[in-house]
Design a protein around this ligand. Structure first.
Ligand SMILES: [Fe+2]
Length: 398
Protein backbone atom coordinates (compact mmCIF):
# COMPACT_ATOMS: atom_id res chain seq x y z
CA UNK A 1 0.00 0.00 0.00
CA UNK A 2 1.27 3.48 -0.85
CA UNK A 3 1.17 5.72 2.18
CA UNK A 4 2.15 9.38 2.72
CA UNK A 5 4.17 9.87 5.88
CA UNK A 6 6.14 12.62 7.58
CA UNK A 7 9.92 12.46 7.03
CA UNK A 8 10.28 12.29 10.83
CA UNK A 9 8.61 8.87 10.78
CA UNK A 10 11.21 7.30 8.47
CA UNK A 11 13.13 4.29 9.74
CA UNK A 12 15.51 1.84 8.01
CA UNK A 13 13.56 -0.95 6.33
CA UNK A 14 10.93 1.35 4.80
CA UNK A 15 10.61 1.41 0.99
CA UNK A 16 10.56 4.89 -0.57
CA UNK A 17 7.92 5.10 -3.28
CA UNK A 18 8.18 8.82 -3.97
CA UNK A 19 10.37 11.52 -2.45
CA UNK A 20 8.18 14.40 -3.64
CA UNK A 21 11.22 15.84 -5.38
CA UNK A 22 12.59 15.46 -8.95
CA UNK A 23 15.31 12.84 -9.53
CA UNK A 24 17.87 15.49 -10.52
CA UNK A 25 17.43 17.26 -7.21
CA UNK A 26 18.02 14.33 -4.87
CA UNK A 27 21.29 12.47 -4.22
CA UNK A 28 19.94 8.91 -4.62
CA UNK A 29 20.58 6.70 -7.64
CA UNK A 30 16.94 5.69 -7.99
CA UNK A 31 13.61 7.34 -7.28
CA UNK A 32 12.32 4.23 -5.51
CA UNK A 33 14.49 2.34 -3.04
CA UNK A 34 14.64 0.70 0.36
CA UNK A 35 16.22 2.64 3.20
CA UNK A 36 18.95 0.49 4.67
CA UNK A 37 20.97 3.03 6.62
CA UNK A 38 20.20 5.96 8.87
CA UNK A 39 22.50 8.16 6.79
CA UNK A 40 19.92 7.95 3.96
CA UNK A 41 17.31 9.32 6.35
CA UNK A 42 19.71 12.10 7.31
CA UNK A 43 20.14 13.00 3.62
CA UNK A 44 16.35 13.21 3.20
CA UNK A 45 16.08 15.52 6.22
CA UNK A 46 18.96 17.64 4.92
CA UNK A 47 17.11 18.11 1.62
CA UNK A 48 14.26 19.69 3.59
CA UNK A 49 11.70 17.05 2.54
CA UNK A 50 8.85 17.16 5.03
CA UNK A 51 6.64 14.37 3.67
CA UNK A 52 7.04 11.49 1.23
CA UNK A 53 5.37 8.30 0.07
CA UNK A 54 6.35 4.80 1.21
CA UNK A 55 5.27 1.42 -0.16
CA UNK A 56 4.27 -0.74 2.81
CA UNK A 57 4.12 -3.89 0.65
CA UNK A 58 7.83 -3.60 -0.11
CA UNK A 59 9.06 -2.36 3.26
CA UNK A 60 8.20 -1.54 6.86
CA UNK A 61 5.07 0.36 7.78
CA UNK A 62 5.28 3.26 10.17
CA UNK A 63 2.34 2.29 12.36
CA UNK A 64 3.52 -1.24 12.89
CA UNK A 65 6.69 0.02 14.42
CA UNK A 66 6.00 3.14 16.39
CA UNK A 67 2.41 3.52 17.48
CA UNK A 68 1.95 0.16 19.21
CA UNK A 69 5.13 0.78 21.16
CA UNK A 70 3.92 4.12 22.45
CA UNK A 71 0.47 2.78 23.30
CA UNK A 72 1.98 -0.25 24.98
CA UNK A 73 4.16 2.01 27.11
CA UNK A 74 1.04 3.79 28.32
CA UNK A 75 -0.61 0.47 29.03
CA UNK A 76 2.39 -0.90 30.89
CA UNK A 77 2.35 2.10 33.22
CA UNK A 78 -0.86 0.90 34.77
CA UNK A 79 -0.57 -2.85 34.40
CA UNK A 80 2.75 -4.15 35.63
CA UNK A 81 3.19 -7.87 36.09
CA UNK A 82 5.95 -9.73 37.82
CA UNK A 83 6.69 -11.44 34.51
CA UNK A 84 7.25 -8.28 32.48
CA UNK A 85 8.55 -5.27 34.34
CA UNK A 86 8.74 -1.81 32.79
CA UNK A 87 12.10 -0.07 32.91
CA UNK A 88 12.92 2.73 35.29
CA UNK A 89 10.73 5.72 34.47
CA UNK A 90 13.62 8.17 34.35
CA UNK A 91 15.28 6.33 31.46
CA UNK A 92 13.63 8.17 28.50
CA UNK A 93 14.51 11.56 29.98
CA UNK A 94 18.02 10.36 30.75
CA UNK A 95 18.49 9.16 27.18
CA UNK A 96 17.28 12.45 25.76
CA UNK A 97 19.73 14.29 27.96
CA UNK A 98 22.51 11.88 26.96
CA UNK A 99 21.77 12.47 23.28
CA UNK A 100 22.08 16.25 23.67
CA UNK A 101 25.36 15.85 25.53
CA UNK A 102 26.73 13.62 22.79
CA UNK A 103 25.82 16.11 20.05
CA UNK A 104 27.45 18.98 21.99
CA UNK A 105 30.57 16.89 22.59
CA UNK A 106 30.91 15.98 18.90
CA UNK A 107 30.55 19.62 17.88
CA UNK A 108 33.17 20.65 20.45
CA UNK A 109 35.67 18.06 19.14
CA UNK A 110 35.04 19.19 15.55
CA UNK A 111 35.72 22.82 16.58
CA UNK A 112 38.84 21.94 18.55
CA UNK A 113 40.25 19.94 15.64
CA UNK A 114 39.56 22.84 13.28
CA UNK A 115 41.40 25.17 15.71
CA UNK A 116 44.39 22.83 15.85
CA UNK A 117 44.63 22.80 12.06
CA UNK A 118 44.95 26.59 12.33
CA UNK A 119 47.81 26.19 14.82
CA UNK A 120 45.79 27.16 17.87
CA UNK A 121 46.05 25.59 21.33
CA UNK A 122 43.44 23.43 23.03
CA UNK A 123 41.65 25.19 25.87
CA UNK A 124 40.22 22.86 28.47
CA UNK A 125 37.32 25.28 29.02
CA UNK A 126 36.03 24.08 25.65
CA UNK A 127 35.41 20.60 27.03
CA UNK A 128 35.10 20.80 30.82
CA UNK A 129 31.39 21.81 30.85
CA UNK A 130 30.68 18.85 28.54
CA UNK A 131 32.64 16.47 30.75
CA UNK A 132 30.69 17.77 33.78
CA UNK A 133 27.44 16.86 32.00
CA UNK A 134 28.83 13.52 30.88
CA UNK A 135 29.90 12.75 34.48
CA UNK A 136 26.38 13.49 35.69
CA UNK A 137 24.92 11.27 33.00
CA UNK A 138 27.34 8.40 33.63
CA UNK A 139 26.68 8.56 37.37
CA UNK A 140 22.91 8.68 36.81
CA UNK A 141 22.66 5.79 34.36
CA UNK A 142 25.64 4.89 32.24
CA UNK A 143 23.47 2.65 30.03
CA UNK A 144 21.97 5.74 28.41
CA UNK A 145 25.30 7.07 27.16
CA UNK A 146 26.59 3.60 26.32
CA UNK A 147 23.56 2.91 24.10
CA UNK A 148 24.20 6.13 22.23
CA UNK A 149 27.79 5.15 21.60
CA UNK A 150 26.44 2.78 18.96
CA UNK A 151 25.02 5.56 16.76
CA UNK A 152 27.33 5.71 13.81
CA UNK A 153 27.93 7.98 10.90
CA UNK A 154 30.97 7.26 8.75
CA UNK A 155 31.44 10.92 7.78
CA UNK A 156 32.02 12.00 11.35
CA UNK A 157 33.83 8.90 12.57
CA UNK A 158 36.72 10.72 14.23
CA UNK A 159 34.43 12.97 16.29
CA UNK A 160 32.11 10.15 17.29
CA UNK A 161 34.98 7.84 18.13
CA UNK A 162 36.47 10.57 20.36
CA UNK A 163 33.22 11.07 22.21
CA UNK A 164 32.69 7.33 22.54
CA UNK A 165 36.14 6.86 24.03
CA UNK A 166 35.29 9.58 26.55
CA UNK A 167 31.98 7.89 27.40
CA UNK A 168 33.48 4.40 27.60
CA UNK A 169 36.45 5.52 29.71
CA UNK A 170 34.10 7.27 32.16
CA UNK A 171 31.73 4.30 32.35
CA UNK A 172 34.64 1.87 32.76
CA UNK A 173 36.21 3.96 35.55
CA UNK A 174 32.86 4.31 37.26
CA UNK A 175 32.23 0.57 37.14
CA UNK A 176 35.67 0.08 38.74
CA UNK A 177 34.60 2.49 41.54
CA UNK A 178 37.34 4.97 40.71
CA UNK A 179 37.06 8.46 42.30
CA UNK A 180 34.99 11.15 40.59
CA UNK A 181 38.07 13.30 39.86
CA UNK A 182 39.65 10.46 37.88
CA UNK A 183 36.40 9.78 36.01
CA UNK A 184 36.47 13.43 35.00
CA UNK A 185 40.13 13.32 33.90
CA UNK A 186 39.79 10.16 31.80
CA UNK A 187 36.68 11.64 30.18
CA UNK A 188 38.76 14.62 29.02
CA UNK A 189 41.52 12.25 27.91
CA UNK A 190 39.04 10.15 25.94
CA UNK A 191 37.45 13.15 24.27
CA UNK A 192 40.84 14.52 23.20
CA UNK A 193 42.83 11.30 22.76
CA UNK A 194 42.91 11.43 18.93
CA UNK A 195 43.27 15.20 18.65
CA UNK A 196 46.54 14.69 16.75
CA UNK A 197 44.48 13.37 13.84
CA UNK A 198 43.76 17.03 13.06
CA UNK A 199 47.30 17.04 11.61
CA UNK A 200 46.95 13.75 9.71
CA UNK A 201 46.46 14.33 5.95
CA UNK A 202 42.73 13.78 5.24
CA UNK A 203 43.47 11.48 2.29
CA UNK A 204 45.19 9.09 4.73
CA UNK A 205 42.76 9.60 7.61
CA UNK A 206 39.74 8.86 5.39
CA UNK A 207 41.31 6.41 2.93
CA UNK A 208 38.64 3.80 2.07
CA UNK A 209 41.24 1.02 1.69
CA UNK A 210 44.15 -0.57 3.49
CA UNK A 211 46.98 1.88 4.22
CA UNK A 212 50.41 1.34 2.69
CA UNK A 213 53.39 0.94 5.04
CA UNK A 214 54.38 4.59 4.53
CA UNK A 215 50.82 5.78 5.13
CA UNK A 216 50.61 3.64 8.26
CA UNK A 217 53.67 5.38 9.71
CA UNK A 218 52.03 8.77 9.09
CA UNK A 219 48.70 7.57 10.53
CA UNK A 220 50.37 6.20 13.66
CA UNK A 221 52.07 9.51 14.24
CA UNK A 222 48.75 10.88 15.49
CA UNK A 223 49.56 9.42 18.92
CA UNK A 224 52.76 11.46 19.21
CA UNK A 225 50.93 14.56 17.92
CA UNK A 226 48.01 14.08 20.34
CA UNK A 227 50.40 13.76 23.28
CA UNK A 228 52.42 16.78 22.20
CA UNK A 229 49.36 18.99 21.67
CA UNK A 230 47.83 17.98 25.00
CA UNK A 231 51.06 18.30 26.98
CA UNK A 232 51.04 22.00 25.98
CA UNK A 233 47.46 22.38 27.22
CA UNK A 234 47.31 24.27 30.52
CA UNK A 235 45.62 22.29 33.31
CA UNK A 236 45.72 18.90 31.60
CA UNK A 237 46.07 15.91 33.98
CA UNK A 238 48.51 13.01 33.74
CA UNK A 239 45.55 10.62 33.41
CA UNK A 240 44.24 12.52 30.38
CA UNK A 241 47.73 12.53 28.86
CA UNK A 242 47.98 8.76 29.45
CA UNK A 243 44.80 8.10 27.43
CA UNK A 244 46.26 10.06 24.51
CA UNK A 245 49.79 8.64 24.73
CA UNK A 246 49.04 4.99 25.52
CA UNK A 247 45.78 4.01 23.79
CA UNK A 248 47.60 2.10 21.02
CA UNK A 249 50.08 0.29 23.27
CA UNK A 250 49.48 -3.44 23.77
CA UNK A 251 50.04 -5.58 26.85
CA UNK A 252 52.57 -7.83 25.04
CA UNK A 253 54.61 -4.94 23.66
CA UNK A 254 53.33 -5.20 20.07
CA UNK A 255 51.64 -1.79 20.15
CA UNK A 256 52.86 1.69 19.26
CA UNK A 257 54.44 4.23 19.48
CA UNK A 258 56.81 2.90 22.16
CA UNK A 259 56.09 -0.86 22.29
CA UNK A 260 55.63 -0.72 26.08
CA UNK A 261 54.73 -3.97 27.86
CA UNK A 262 52.56 -4.95 30.87
CA UNK A 263 52.82 -2.53 33.77
CA UNK A 264 55.06 -0.17 31.80
CA UNK A 265 51.65 0.93 30.50
CA UNK A 266 49.75 2.75 33.27
CA UNK A 267 46.38 1.45 34.44
CA UNK A 268 44.59 4.26 32.56
CA UNK A 269 46.67 3.47 29.47
CA UNK A 270 45.69 -0.22 29.66
CA UNK A 271 42.02 0.71 30.04
CA UNK A 272 42.19 3.10 27.08
CA UNK A 273 43.72 0.39 24.85
CA UNK A 274 40.68 -1.82 25.58
CA UNK A 275 38.02 0.83 24.93
CA UNK A 276 39.77 2.08 21.78
CA UNK A 277 39.78 -1.36 20.13
CA UNK A 278 36.20 -2.07 21.28
CA UNK A 279 34.88 1.14 19.75
CA UNK A 280 36.93 0.81 16.54
CA UNK A 281 35.73 -2.75 15.87
CA UNK A 282 32.07 -2.01 16.55
CA UNK A 283 32.13 1.09 14.28
CA UNK A 284 31.02 1.23 10.67
CA UNK A 285 33.89 2.58 8.58
CA UNK A 286 34.07 3.52 4.92
CA UNK A 287 35.83 0.20 4.25
CA UNK A 288 34.06 -2.24 6.61
CA UNK A 289 30.86 -2.77 8.54
CA UNK A 290 31.12 -2.65 12.33
CA UNK A 291 30.76 -5.96 14.14
CA UNK A 292 28.19 -6.71 16.84
CA UNK A 293 29.42 -5.77 20.31
CA UNK A 294 29.00 -9.32 21.64
CA UNK A 295 31.12 -10.69 18.76
CA UNK A 296 33.75 -8.01 19.35
CA UNK A 297 33.89 -8.77 23.08
CA UNK A 298 34.37 -12.49 22.35
CA UNK A 299 37.23 -11.71 19.96
CA UNK A 300 38.82 -9.33 22.42
CA UNK A 301 38.58 -11.89 25.24
CA UNK A 302 40.52 -14.31 23.03
CA UNK A 303 43.31 -11.73 22.74
CA UNK A 304 43.68 -11.14 26.48
CA UNK A 305 47.19 -11.68 27.74
CA UNK A 306 48.56 -10.57 24.40
CA UNK A 307 46.79 -7.33 23.57
CA UNK A 308 45.08 -6.57 26.86
CA UNK A 309 45.42 -6.99 30.60
CA UNK A 310 43.21 -10.08 31.26
CA UNK A 311 41.72 -8.82 34.55
CA UNK A 312 40.85 -5.44 33.06
CA UNK A 313 39.33 -7.08 30.00
CA UNK A 314 37.01 -9.17 32.24
CA UNK A 315 36.03 -6.01 34.11
CA UNK A 316 35.29 -4.23 30.86
CA UNK A 317 32.90 -7.01 29.81
CA UNK A 318 31.10 -6.50 33.13
CA UNK A 319 30.92 -2.78 32.47
CA UNK A 320 29.40 -2.89 28.96
CA UNK A 321 27.65 -6.26 29.35
CA UNK A 322 27.73 -9.26 27.03
CA UNK A 323 24.80 -7.68 25.24
CA UNK A 324 25.48 -3.92 25.52
CA UNK A 325 22.61 -1.42 25.32
CA UNK A 326 21.25 -1.06 21.74
CA UNK A 327 22.21 -4.63 20.81
CA UNK A 328 19.65 -6.56 18.75
CA UNK A 329 18.97 -9.98 20.33
CA UNK A 330 16.90 -13.09 19.62
CA UNK A 331 14.92 -14.41 22.56
CA UNK A 332 14.10 -18.07 23.26
CA UNK A 333 10.46 -17.46 22.19
CA UNK A 334 11.78 -16.35 18.75
CA UNK A 335 10.92 -12.72 19.41
CA UNK A 336 13.42 -10.12 18.29
CA UNK A 337 14.33 -7.49 20.90
CA UNK A 338 16.66 -4.57 21.58
CA UNK A 339 18.70 -4.40 24.80
CA UNK A 340 17.87 -1.27 26.73
CA UNK A 341 19.83 -1.78 29.93
CA UNK A 342 22.16 -4.27 31.60
CA UNK A 343 21.53 -6.15 34.83
CA UNK A 344 24.08 -7.62 37.22
CA UNK A 345 23.31 -10.92 35.45
CA UNK A 346 24.98 -10.06 32.14
CA UNK A 347 23.11 -12.80 30.29
CA UNK A 348 19.73 -11.38 31.31
CA UNK A 349 19.49 -7.68 30.33
CA UNK A 350 16.36 -5.53 30.07
CA UNK A 351 14.98 -5.65 26.53
CA UNK A 352 12.18 -4.32 24.39
CA UNK A 353 10.51 -6.90 22.11
CA UNK A 354 8.86 -5.97 18.83
CA UNK A 355 8.94 -8.77 16.21
CA UNK A 356 7.86 -12.41 16.11
CA UNK A 357 10.41 -13.95 13.76
CA UNK A 358 8.46 -17.19 13.40
CA UNK A 359 5.33 -15.56 12.04
CA UNK A 360 7.24 -12.51 10.66
CA UNK A 361 4.68 -10.29 12.34
CA UNK A 362 5.33 -7.22 14.39
CA UNK A 363 4.08 -7.67 17.92
CA UNK A 364 2.88 -5.24 20.51
CA UNK A 365 6.22 -4.21 21.97
CA UNK A 366 6.94 -4.90 25.62
CA UNK A 367 9.68 -3.85 27.97
CA UNK A 368 10.92 -6.98 29.71
CA UNK A 369 13.45 -7.43 32.48
CA UNK A 370 14.92 -10.83 31.60
CA UNK A 371 16.54 -11.15 35.04
CA UNK A 372 13.00 -11.55 36.40
CA UNK A 373 12.02 -14.18 33.84
CA UNK A 374 12.45 -17.87 34.53
CA UNK A 375 12.00 -19.26 31.04
CA UNK A 376 12.64 -16.41 28.63
CA UNK A 377 16.30 -16.02 27.65
CA UNK A 378 18.56 -14.39 25.08
CA UNK A 379 19.73 -17.07 22.67
CA UNK A 380 21.87 -14.95 20.34
CA UNK A 381 22.80 -11.45 19.33
CA UNK A 382 21.69 -10.49 15.84
CA UNK A 383 23.25 -8.24 13.21
CA UNK A 384 21.26 -5.04 12.62
CA UNK A 385 21.80 -5.34 8.86
CA UNK A 386 20.40 -8.89 8.75
CA UNK A 387 17.03 -7.58 9.93
CA UNK A 388 17.29 -4.11 8.40
CA UNK A 389 16.52 -2.62 11.77
CA UNK A 390 18.00 0.37 13.53
CA UNK A 391 17.86 -0.54 17.25
CA UNK A 392 18.29 3.12 18.16
CA UNK A 393 14.85 3.86 16.78
CA UNK A 394 13.28 1.68 19.44
CA UNK A 395 15.39 3.17 22.22
CA UNK A 396 14.51 6.69 21.09
CA UNK A 397 10.79 6.26 21.56
CA UNK A 398 10.72 4.64 24.98
FE1 LIG B 1 44.17 6.66 18.11
Amino acid sequence: MIKTISADQLIPGMYIHELNCPWVEHPFVRNQFKITETKDIKKIHEMGIKSLKIDTCKGLNVQENLSPLISSMKKRDTSQSSEQQPLKKQLPQTRKKAKNIKTHAENAIANIMADIKLGQQVELEQVTPIIDKMSESVLENHNALLGLSRIRNMDTYTFEHSVNIGVLMMAFSKSRNMPGAIIHEVGIGGLLHDIGKALTPPEILNKPAKLTDEELVIMRHHVVDSHLILSKTPGISQNALDVAALHHEKYDGSGYPDGKTGDEISLIGQMSAIVDVYDALTADRCYHKGQDPSVVLKRMLSWTGSHFNPTLMQEFVHCVGIYPPATLVMLSNHHLAVVTENNSNLLAPCVITFLNTKSHETIEPLLIDLSKQEKLKVISSEADVKWNIDPQKYLDII
